[in-house]
Design a protein around this ligand. Structure first.
Ligand SMILES: Nc1ncnc2c1ncn2[C@@H]1O[C@H](COP(=O)(O)OP(=O)(O)OP(=O)(O)O)[C@@H](O)[C@H]1O
Length: 298
Protein backbone atom coordinates (compact mmCIF):
# COMPACT_ATOMS: atom_id res chain seq x y z
CA UNK A 1 0.00 0.00 0.00
CA UNK A 2 1.43 3.33 -1.03
CA UNK A 3 0.37 4.95 2.23
CA UNK A 4 2.61 2.76 4.42
CA UNK A 5 5.96 2.67 2.56
CA UNK A 6 8.72 5.15 3.37
CA UNK A 7 9.91 5.61 -0.19
CA UNK A 8 9.43 9.09 -1.49
CA UNK A 9 11.15 9.75 -4.72
CA UNK A 10 13.80 7.57 -6.25
CA UNK A 11 11.54 6.20 -8.96
CA UNK A 12 12.88 6.56 -12.47
CA UNK A 13 10.71 8.85 -14.54
CA UNK A 14 10.88 10.30 -18.03
CA UNK A 15 11.68 13.99 -18.19
CA UNK A 16 8.72 16.31 -18.59
CA UNK A 17 8.73 19.83 -19.82
CA UNK A 18 9.40 19.41 -23.50
CA UNK A 19 5.74 19.66 -24.40
CA UNK A 20 5.36 15.94 -24.10
CA UNK A 21 7.89 14.95 -26.72
CA UNK A 22 9.79 12.00 -25.36
CA UNK A 23 7.60 10.11 -22.97
CA UNK A 24 4.98 8.93 -25.43
CA UNK A 25 7.69 7.28 -27.50
CA UNK A 26 8.27 4.86 -24.67
CA UNK A 27 6.13 1.92 -23.90
CA UNK A 28 4.68 3.19 -20.65
CA UNK A 29 2.14 0.95 -18.94
CA UNK A 30 -1.15 2.49 -17.94
CA UNK A 31 -1.37 3.27 -14.24
CA UNK A 32 -5.00 4.35 -14.49
CA UNK A 33 -7.72 3.55 -16.99
CA UNK A 34 -11.06 5.33 -17.09
CA UNK A 35 -13.30 3.06 -19.15
CA UNK A 36 -16.65 4.13 -20.62
CA UNK A 37 -17.52 6.00 -17.45
CA UNK A 38 -20.98 7.51 -17.07
CA UNK A 39 -21.46 9.76 -14.04
CA UNK A 40 -23.32 12.89 -13.05
CA UNK A 41 -25.34 14.74 -10.46
CA UNK A 42 -29.07 14.29 -9.87
CA UNK A 43 -30.90 13.20 -13.00
CA UNK A 44 -28.34 14.21 -15.62
CA UNK A 45 -25.16 12.58 -16.86
CA UNK A 46 -22.07 14.78 -17.10
CA UNK A 47 -19.66 12.04 -18.19
CA UNK A 48 -21.16 10.15 -21.10
CA UNK A 49 -18.87 7.21 -21.72
CA UNK A 50 -15.55 8.87 -20.89
CA UNK A 51 -12.53 6.76 -21.77
CA UNK A 52 -8.84 7.57 -21.42
CA UNK A 53 -5.64 6.27 -19.80
CA UNK A 54 -2.99 7.79 -17.58
CA UNK A 55 0.36 6.16 -18.38
CA UNK A 56 2.59 5.40 -15.42
CA UNK A 57 5.18 8.15 -14.85
CA UNK A 58 3.31 10.59 -17.08
CA UNK A 59 2.01 14.06 -16.51
CA UNK A 60 -1.38 13.74 -18.16
CA UNK A 61 -3.41 16.88 -18.58
CA UNK A 62 -7.17 17.04 -19.15
CA UNK A 63 -8.22 20.15 -21.04
CA UNK A 64 -11.58 21.25 -22.40
CA UNK A 65 -14.13 24.01 -22.19
CA UNK A 66 -15.97 25.07 -19.06
CA UNK A 67 -18.50 22.47 -18.01
CA UNK A 68 -16.94 19.67 -20.08
CA UNK A 69 -16.70 17.50 -16.97
CA UNK A 70 -13.00 17.78 -16.10
CA UNK A 71 -13.52 18.19 -12.35
CA UNK A 72 -16.22 15.53 -12.48
CA UNK A 73 -13.62 13.10 -13.86
CA UNK A 74 -11.34 13.76 -10.89
CA UNK A 75 -14.26 13.35 -8.47
CA UNK A 76 -15.07 9.92 -9.92
CA UNK A 77 -11.46 8.74 -9.78
CA UNK A 78 -11.04 9.76 -6.15
CA UNK A 79 -14.30 8.00 -5.26
CA UNK A 80 -16.12 11.16 -4.15
CA UNK A 81 -18.70 10.82 -6.93
CA UNK A 82 -19.96 7.28 -7.62
CA UNK A 83 -20.04 6.24 -11.25
CA UNK A 84 -23.20 4.93 -12.93
CA UNK A 85 -21.66 2.83 -15.68
CA UNK A 86 -18.19 1.77 -16.80
CA UNK A 87 -15.23 1.24 -14.53
CA UNK A 88 -12.01 2.81 -13.29
CA UNK A 89 -8.95 0.57 -13.07
CA UNK A 90 -5.86 1.56 -11.09
CA UNK A 91 -2.76 -0.56 -11.31
CA UNK A 92 -4.79 -3.50 -12.55
CA UNK A 93 -7.44 -3.26 -9.82
CA UNK A 94 -10.97 -1.94 -10.27
CA UNK A 95 -11.28 1.00 -7.87
CA UNK A 96 -14.62 2.41 -8.98
CA UNK A 97 -17.17 1.60 -6.29
CA UNK A 98 -14.60 1.96 -3.52
CA UNK A 99 -14.85 4.57 -0.79
CA UNK A 100 -12.61 7.67 -1.03
CA UNK A 101 -10.48 6.42 1.86
CA UNK A 102 -9.88 3.09 0.13
CA UNK A 103 -8.88 4.94 -3.04
CA UNK A 104 -6.45 7.05 -0.99
CA UNK A 105 -4.97 3.93 0.57
CA UNK A 106 -4.14 2.67 -2.91
CA UNK A 107 -2.05 5.75 -3.58
CA UNK A 108 -4.42 8.10 -5.42
CA UNK A 109 -4.32 11.50 -3.74
CA UNK A 110 -6.27 14.52 -4.92
CA UNK A 111 -5.41 18.15 -4.33
CA UNK A 112 -8.74 19.93 -4.73
CA UNK A 113 -9.42 23.15 -6.57
CA UNK A 114 -10.40 25.13 -3.47
CA UNK A 115 -7.82 25.89 -0.84
CA UNK A 116 -8.05 23.15 1.72
CA UNK A 117 -5.46 23.82 4.42
CA UNK A 118 -6.50 24.29 8.04
CA UNK A 119 -5.88 28.01 8.29
CA UNK A 120 -5.31 28.11 12.05
CA UNK A 121 -2.90 25.21 12.04
CA UNK A 122 0.78 25.69 11.21
CA UNK A 123 2.36 24.65 7.94
CA UNK A 124 4.07 21.75 9.72
CA UNK A 125 0.84 20.55 11.32
CA UNK A 126 -0.97 20.74 7.99
CA UNK A 127 1.74 18.80 6.18
CA UNK A 128 1.99 16.16 8.91
CA UNK A 129 -1.77 15.80 8.79
CA UNK A 130 -1.36 14.65 5.18
CA UNK A 131 -0.01 11.37 6.53
CA UNK A 132 -3.18 10.67 8.52
CA UNK A 133 -3.39 7.14 7.14
CA UNK A 134 0.12 6.29 8.37
CA UNK A 135 0.30 5.03 11.94
CA UNK A 136 4.08 4.66 12.27
CA UNK A 137 5.38 8.00 13.61
CA UNK A 138 8.89 7.18 12.43
CA UNK A 139 7.64 6.90 8.86
CA UNK A 140 5.78 10.20 9.23
CA UNK A 141 8.98 11.89 10.49
CA UNK A 142 11.07 10.51 7.65
CA UNK A 143 8.54 11.53 5.07
CA UNK A 144 8.28 15.01 6.56
CA UNK A 145 12.02 15.43 6.24
CA UNK A 146 11.95 14.38 2.59
CA UNK A 147 8.99 16.63 1.84
CA UNK A 148 10.67 19.60 3.54
CA UNK A 149 13.69 19.02 1.27
CA UNK A 150 11.49 18.92 -1.80
CA UNK A 151 9.42 21.96 -0.79
CA UNK A 152 11.66 24.57 0.88
CA UNK A 153 8.62 26.60 1.92
CA UNK A 154 7.70 23.81 4.33
CA UNK A 155 10.99 24.17 6.17
CA UNK A 156 11.08 27.96 5.96
CA UNK A 157 7.51 28.60 7.11
CA UNK A 158 7.01 25.51 9.29
CA UNK A 159 5.65 27.48 12.25
CA UNK A 160 3.57 29.99 10.30
CA UNK A 161 -0.18 29.65 10.37
CA UNK A 162 -1.36 28.33 7.00
CA UNK A 163 -3.92 31.13 6.81
CA UNK A 164 -1.12 33.71 6.76
CA UNK A 165 0.32 32.37 3.50
CA UNK A 166 -0.44 33.75 0.05
CA UNK A 167 -2.60 31.73 -2.34
CA UNK A 168 0.46 30.45 -4.22
CA UNK A 169 2.23 29.45 -1.03
CA UNK A 170 -0.85 27.61 0.19
CA UNK A 171 -0.92 25.70 -3.09
CA UNK A 172 2.70 24.56 -2.58
CA UNK A 173 1.92 23.45 0.98
CA UNK A 174 -1.10 21.54 -0.33
CA UNK A 175 1.20 19.73 -2.74
CA UNK A 176 3.61 19.01 0.12
CA UNK A 177 0.76 17.63 2.23
CA UNK A 178 -0.31 15.36 -0.64
CA UNK A 179 3.26 14.00 -0.88
CA UNK A 180 3.05 12.78 2.73
CA UNK A 181 0.96 9.84 1.52
CA UNK A 182 3.70 8.95 -0.97
CA UNK A 183 1.15 8.98 -3.79
CA UNK A 184 1.49 6.94 -6.93
CA UNK A 185 -1.02 9.21 -8.67
CA UNK A 186 -1.61 12.84 -7.69
CA UNK A 187 -4.71 14.47 -9.15
CA UNK A 188 -4.24 18.22 -9.22
CA UNK A 189 -7.46 20.12 -9.90
CA UNK A 190 -6.89 23.63 -11.31
CA UNK A 191 -3.67 24.23 -9.37
CA UNK A 192 -3.00 27.62 -10.96
CA UNK A 193 -6.52 28.95 -10.43
CA UNK A 194 -6.52 32.51 -9.13
CA UNK A 195 -2.73 32.87 -9.24
CA UNK A 196 -0.94 35.51 -11.25
CA UNK A 197 1.24 34.18 -14.09
CA UNK A 198 4.54 34.42 -12.24
CA UNK A 199 3.25 32.51 -9.21
CA UNK A 200 1.56 30.01 -11.52
CA UNK A 201 4.97 29.36 -13.06
CA UNK A 202 6.31 28.40 -9.67
CA UNK A 203 3.37 26.09 -9.13
CA UNK A 204 4.00 24.42 -12.50
CA UNK A 205 7.70 24.02 -11.68
CA UNK A 206 6.73 22.36 -8.43
CA UNK A 207 4.47 19.95 -10.30
CA UNK A 208 7.48 19.04 -12.42
CA UNK A 209 9.50 18.37 -9.28
CA UNK A 210 6.78 16.12 -7.90
CA UNK A 211 6.87 14.25 -11.19
CA UNK A 212 10.64 13.96 -11.02
CA UNK A 213 10.22 12.53 -7.53
CA UNK A 214 8.34 9.63 -9.11
CA UNK A 215 4.70 10.67 -8.89
CA UNK A 216 2.38 10.20 -11.86
CA UNK A 217 0.36 13.37 -12.27
CA UNK A 218 -3.16 13.90 -13.57
CA UNK A 219 -3.62 17.59 -14.11
CA UNK A 220 -6.91 19.40 -14.68
CA UNK A 221 -6.14 22.93 -15.82
CA UNK A 222 -7.95 25.88 -17.38
CA UNK A 223 -4.53 27.31 -18.12
CA UNK A 224 -4.39 24.76 -20.90
CA UNK A 225 -1.46 25.98 -22.97
CA UNK A 226 0.96 26.21 -20.06
CA UNK A 227 -0.27 22.91 -18.62
CA UNK A 228 0.11 21.06 -21.92
CA UNK A 229 3.65 22.34 -22.32
CA UNK A 230 4.43 20.75 -18.98
CA UNK A 231 2.60 17.52 -19.75
CA UNK A 232 3.75 14.35 -21.44
CA UNK A 233 0.18 13.45 -22.40
CA UNK A 234 -3.05 15.32 -23.02
CA UNK A 235 -6.75 14.47 -23.09
CA UNK A 236 -9.31 16.80 -24.64
CA UNK A 237 -12.72 16.44 -23.00
CA UNK A 238 -15.81 17.88 -24.61
CA UNK A 239 -19.33 17.51 -23.20
CA UNK A 240 -18.35 14.50 -21.13
CA UNK A 241 -16.66 12.63 -23.99
CA UNK A 242 -13.02 12.38 -24.96
CA UNK A 243 -12.48 14.18 -28.22
CA UNK A 244 -8.74 13.62 -28.61
CA UNK A 245 -5.77 12.11 -26.83
CA UNK A 246 -2.09 12.42 -27.66
CA UNK A 247 1.17 13.80 -26.44
CA UNK A 248 1.07 17.23 -24.85
CA UNK A 249 2.74 18.62 -27.95
CA UNK A 250 0.32 16.95 -30.36
CA UNK A 251 -2.60 18.53 -28.58
CA UNK A 252 -0.87 21.89 -28.37
CA UNK A 253 -0.17 21.83 -32.09
CA UNK A 254 -3.57 20.50 -33.18
CA UNK A 255 -4.97 23.37 -35.24
CA UNK A 256 -8.63 22.95 -34.33
CA UNK A 257 -8.03 22.29 -30.63
CA UNK A 258 -5.69 25.25 -30.55
CA UNK A 259 -8.30 27.49 -32.09
CA UNK A 260 -11.17 26.23 -29.92
CA UNK A 261 -9.57 25.83 -26.52
CA UNK A 262 -6.07 27.22 -26.46
CA UNK A 263 -6.69 30.61 -28.00
CA UNK A 264 -6.04 33.98 -26.40
CA UNK A 265 -2.73 35.26 -25.26
CA UNK A 266 -3.30 35.86 -21.58
CA UNK A 267 -2.05 32.51 -20.31
CA UNK A 268 1.34 32.56 -22.00
CA UNK A 269 2.90 34.24 -18.97
CA UNK A 270 2.47 31.15 -16.83
CA UNK A 271 4.53 28.93 -19.12
CA UNK A 272 7.53 27.17 -17.74
CA UNK A 273 9.95 27.37 -20.67
CA UNK A 274 10.14 24.08 -22.57
CA UNK A 275 13.13 21.97 -21.64
CA UNK A 276 13.86 23.93 -18.48
CA UNK A 277 14.58 21.66 -15.57
CA UNK A 278 15.06 23.32 -12.23
CA UNK A 279 17.23 22.03 -9.50
CA UNK A 280 15.14 23.82 -6.93
CA UNK A 281 11.67 25.26 -6.69
CA UNK A 282 11.92 29.00 -7.02
CA UNK A 283 9.72 30.02 -4.17
CA UNK A 284 11.29 33.46 -4.07
CA UNK A 285 8.75 34.43 -6.69
CA UNK A 286 5.97 33.41 -4.38
CA UNK A 287 7.60 34.93 -1.33
CA UNK A 288 8.03 38.24 -3.11
CA UNK A 289 4.28 38.44 -3.38
CA UNK A 290 3.50 37.55 0.20
CA UNK A 291 3.82 41.09 1.45
CA UNK A 292 0.99 42.26 -0.74
CA UNK A 293 -1.30 39.31 -0.23
CA UNK A 294 -0.90 38.39 3.43
CA UNK A 295 -3.56 40.82 4.61
CA UNK A 296 -6.08 39.01 2.42
CA UNK A 297 -5.35 35.69 4.08
CA UNK A 298 -4.63 36.70 7.64
N1 LIG B 1 -21.76 19.20 -7.26
C1 LIG B 1 -22.44 19.39 -8.40
N2 LIG B 1 -23.79 19.30 -8.42
C2 LIG B 1 -24.48 19.48 -9.56
N3 LIG B 1 -23.93 19.75 -10.76
C3 LIG B 1 -22.60 19.85 -10.79
C4 LIG B 1 -21.78 19.69 -9.63
N4 LIG B 1 -20.48 19.85 -9.99
C5 LIG B 1 -20.48 20.12 -11.32
N5 LIG B 1 -21.74 20.12 -11.80
C6 LIG B 1 -22.15 20.34 -13.19
O1 LIG B 1 -21.49 19.37 -14.00
C7 LIG B 1 -21.06 19.92 -15.22
C8 LIG B 1 -19.57 19.67 -15.39
O2 LIG B 1 -18.88 20.38 -14.35
P1 LIG B 1 -17.32 20.21 -14.10
O3 LIG B 1 -16.98 21.10 -12.96
O4 LIG B 1 -16.97 18.78 -14.02
O5 LIG B 1 -16.75 20.80 -15.47
P2 LIG B 1 -15.29 21.35 -15.76
O6 LIG B 1 -14.94 20.86 -17.12
O7 LIG B 1 -14.38 21.03 -14.64
O8 LIG B 1 -15.60 22.90 -15.83
P3 LIG B 1 -14.70 24.15 -15.36
O9 LIG B 1 -13.57 24.20 -16.32
O10 LIG B 1 -15.65 25.30 -15.52
O11 LIG B 1 -14.29 23.90 -13.94
C9 LIG B 1 -21.44 21.40 -15.18
O12 LIG B 1 -22.64 21.56 -15.89
C10 LIG B 1 -21.63 21.68 -13.71
O13 LIG B 1 -22.59 22.68 -13.52
Amino acid sequence: MAAEGVALGGRVVPTAGSGGGGATDRDLGDLLRVEEVVAGYGGGDVLKGTTFSVPEHSITCIVGPNGAGKSTVSATISGVLPIRLGRIVFDGEVVSGRKPREVLQRGIVQVPQNHSLFRKMTVRENVEFGAFLVRDRRVVRQRYERVAELFPIVAERADAKAGSLSGGQQRLVEFARCMMLDPRLAILDEPSLGLDPQVARTVFRTIRRMHEAGVTILLVEQNARAALRLSTHGVVLESGRVRLTGSGREILEHPEIGRLYLGGGTEEGADVPAGEVDGKVEEGEVRARTATTEEDHG
